[in-house]
Design a protein around this ligand. Structure first.
Ligand code: HEC
Length: 150
């Protein structure tokens, strides 16, 4: 066989196997695509990382009996974040997304109120905050299973 034909055949085989791999990934990921552009995606994902930081700081605050730390951490992901999300992202997200996202921010606000009311030294009060955080995080899971950014 001619050397060039052999090389072209090999290239063809390689490229079809890459393509079929891409298709397989697409078919296996059934999440709804929000279709964000690169700029929106960068803002959106940084909000997400902020939410993870909030949860991390809340858990730390619960473990250290530090109400102020819990409240400060929750504030970043409550109404403040909901208001700061650019309109162009809000326009792209479907109602089913907002039905999980809106209540998640509200639950951070609720967590602030709960934390303000509790007795810092009371371990049962702190345990109830940890439980509430666990319930709040069900929303993270529910949304992640259904949506992707691009
Ligand atoms: C209303 C929907 C929604 C909620 C609620 C939500 N997320 Fe996300 N999150 C997403 C989407 C969509 C992505 C992008 C996933 C993808 O494209 O694969 C994402 C990505 C992330 C990422 C990855 C960020 C990166 O830089 O890649 C982190 C971390 C994250 N979320 C944390 C959280 C935490 C913690 C919570 C709950 C406190 C939460 N999210 C709640 C929709 C949501």
């Amino acid at each position: 066989m001619n050397k060039y034909i052999l090389v072209s055949l090999l290239l063809l085989i390689c490229s079809t196997s890459v393509n079929s791999k891409e298709i397989q990934i697409k078919n296996h990921d059934k999440r709804y695509n929000l279709g964000l552009n690169n700029e929106e995606k960068a803002i959106f994902l940084s909000e997400m990382r902020q939410m993870l930081t909030s949860v991390q700081q809340i858990m730390m605050g619960i473990g250290m009996n530090d109400k102020a730390m819990i409240i400060k951490a929750a504030r970043y992901s409550g109404n403040r974040m909901a208001r700061a999300t650019p309109q162009s992202i809000k326009d792209k997200t479907p109602v089913s997304f907002e039905q999980i996202g809106g209540p998640t921010h509200m639950m951070f606000e609720e967590l602030i109120i709960n934390a303000e009311e509790i007795d810092e030294g009371d371990t049962e009060d702190m345990a109830s905050l940890a439980e509430f955080t666990g319930i709040l995080m069900k929303n993270c899971l529910a949304c992640h299973v259904a949506f992707k950014a691009d």
